[in-house]
Each structure stands twice: as structure tokens, then as C-alpha cells.
Design a protein. Structure first.
Ligand SMILES: *[C@@H]1O[C@H](CO)[C@@H](O)[C@H](O)[C@H]1NC(C)=O
Ligand SMILES: *[C@@H]1O[C@H](CO)[C@@H](O)[C@H](O)[C@H]1NC(C)=O
Ligand SMILES: [Ca+2]
Ligand SMILES: [Ca+2]
Length: 285
């Protein structure tokens, strides 16, 4: 969640410098980093998929609050903040998505339709949820990104691949954790867990697994990872790893649409006795 905070801080900084120049134009959405080609480099965050809450943040600069009512408002995916006639901030659907000619920017929706960009998907969802005539149909109220890139025929995950997948996933999680430690992107708490993972082989996979589970459980941090919260690992990996979807579906053994730490440990084939909730309370905010 540190990354989210970081992103917000950056966006905020940009906005403050922006407002002077562009007083009437309040663009608030972030560009997504294009998905990387190599699984070991995939780095994962999805501010866009955060539930569409409109949160006026409490902290911040009084001056910009006066000059720009939108400065404190975070509109969800597919929306931007605009000031209405009464000078009140309003979240409205993004009027225009950037024109994307790059095929890399394409995304495949849950309805197996290719869209030009993630912005276009969230814009469509916003239109449908606000009764806009450009909505293509009721079913688009719940449209979301299934994976990055154009829609394609997904190769089936065969039994042998599935059997090997937990090991590859554990490896991958540890490598991301290590990379983030190298780049000093972990909180002190998780950095310590990473050190422990480096020095104690029995803690290697478990610490990485616990860390990622805590990291995913952000919205809300209720010690269980919902389908929605899985998006940051699911969508970028789908295009590269055709086993990720069946793997994640399998994790939810009791089929309650949430993954507990115990379920997460089981599907990564970790020893239950090594798994304990060690989430960093501070990072989970
Ligand atoms: C999704 O669309 C792609 C490309 O149009 C097609 O090849 C594939 O079979 C479709 N997948 C499903 C599950 O319908
Ligand atoms: C490594 O971790 C295991 C499991 O937590 C623990 O029992 C063991 O004492 C640790 N070994 C060392 C050398 O710290
Ligand atoms: Ca959660
Ligand atoms: Ca479950």
C-alpha cells in the first residue's frame, strides 16, 4: 500500500503545480505503466481497480483547497473531478480518453472484447452507471479488465503445468520481494521479513507469500483477499501465464470469493505451521 500512497503523493504534487496553469481543467486520472513483457519484471499495482470511492483526503494544503475544490477529491477509475456552477467538486465520467494507437495499450475485458485502453473500459463503465446514452448495455455496468493486451485464445493450463505452478509462483513472489527490497520500496517491517527470507531458507517462500498476501489485502484491509483485490496480480499475469486464472480460482477452496491466508498458503503449497499473519499495520493504511 506504500506504492498507492506514493502514487497519490506524486499525483498530488503534480496537481498542485498544475492548478496555477490550468485553473478550469481538472484531470485526475493516472496513466498506467504498460505491462512488462517478462514475468520476472512484472511489477504490480492497479490504482484503477481500487473500488470507486470518492475520498476527500483530510490532510493537505489549505491554499490549494481554496483555489481548487478538486485538489482534495479522488475520483474513481474512469472519472475525473470537475467544478460545477456552485464551485462544488463533482466526479464525472472522463469526457475523452487519450487516443491510443499503440496495440500495447489494448486491454481485454471480462466480456472478451478488446478495448483500445483501460481508460476506455472505465469510461464505458462510468457511462453505464450514470445512465449515459453511450452505454452499450446493462451488462457493461460491471465491465472490467480481464488482462492486458488484445483478447486472444487462452491456451488451456494442462495438468503438468498446473502442478508446477505453485513452485513458480513462490519463486516469482520471492523475486519481487527481493527486487523491492533492493529498490528500498519495502517498509522496515517487510524489509526485515525479506532479510529473514534471505538468511533462512525455510522462511524464504513463506515470508514472500505472507508479504504479498498482506499487500494484496488493501481494499479493505480485512485479512482476506477478495477477487477484486487479486486484480493487481491477475491482470498483468494473465497474458503471460495462462495458468494464473485457474490457479487463483483454485486457491479459494471454500468458494466464498475470498482468499484467507490459510488458503493462500495451501495453494502455494507451503507448510501451514510456518504461516502466520505478519502484516504490517502501518503499511496497510
Ligand atoms: C476471445 O476472443 C478471442 C479473439 O477474438 C478468441 O480467439 C477467443 O476464442 C475468445 N475466447 C473465448 C473464451 O470466447
Ligand atoms: C528458520 O526459520 C524456522 C521457521 O520459522 C525456524 O524454526 C528456525 O529456527 C530458523 N532458523 C534460523 C537459523 O534462524
Ligand atoms: Ca481485503
Ligand atoms: Ca475462501
Amino acid at each position: 500500500m506504500k506504492t498507492h500512497i506514493l502514487v497519490l503523493v506524486v499525483v498530488f504534487a503534480i496537481l498542485i503545480t498544475d492548478t496555477a496553469a490550468e485553473r478550469r481543467k481538472h484531470k485526475k486520472y493516472r496513466k498506467k505503466v504498460p505491462p512488462s513483457e517478462d514475468i520476472s519484471n512484472i511489477e504490480i499495482k492497479s490504482p484503477e481497480e481500487v473500488p470507486h470511492v470518492e475520498v476527500p483526503s483530510e490532510t493537505g494544503d489549505k491554499d490549494s483547497l481554496i483555489s481548487d475544490p478538486c485538489a482534495q477529491v479522488y475520483c474513481g477509475a474512469g472519472k475525473i473531478c470537475q467544478v460545477d456552477e456552485d464551485d462544488e467538486p463533482q466526479c464525472v465520467c472522463i469526457p475523452e480518453c487519450p487516443v491510443e494507437s499503440e496495440p500495447r495499450r489494448q486491454v481485454c475485458s471480462n466480456m472478451n472484447e478488446t478495448w483500445t485502453s483501460d481508460c476506455a473500459v472505465y469510461q464505458q463503465r462510468c457511462w453505464c452507471n450514470s445512465g449515459d446514452a453511450r452505454c452499450r448495455g446493462d451488462e457493461y455496468k460491471h465491465i472490467h479488465i480481464e488482462y492486458y493486451g488484445m483478447c486472444r485464445e487462452m491456451r488451456e493450463c494442462v495438468k503438468e503445468e498446473m502442478e508446477d505452478f505453485p513452485r513458480r509462483m513462490r519463486d516469482w513472489l520471492f523475486n519481487i520481494m527481493r527486487d523491492m527490497a533492493d529498490r528500498k520500496e519495502l517498509t522496515p517491517h517487510y524489509l526485515e521479513m525479506e532479510r529473514e527470507a534471505e538468511s533462512n531458507l525455510t522462511r524464504r517462500w513463506t515470508n514472500a507469500a505472507i508479504w504479498k498476501w498482506c499487500d494484496l489485502d488493501g481494499n479493505p484491509p480485512d485479512r482476506s483477499v477478495s477477487r477484486h483485490e487479486l486484480f493487481p496480480i491477475r491482470a498483468p499475469l494473465m497474458a503471460l501465464e495462462h495458468c494464473i486464472a485457474p490457479f487463483l480460482n483454485d486457491c479459494d477452496k471454500d468458494d466464498n470469493h475470498k482468499i484467507s491466508l490459510e488458503e493462500w498458503g495451501k495453494c502455494l503449497e507451503l507448510d501451514e505451521s510456518d504461516l502466520e499473519d505478519r502484516c504490517d499495520q502501518i503499511a496497510g493504511q
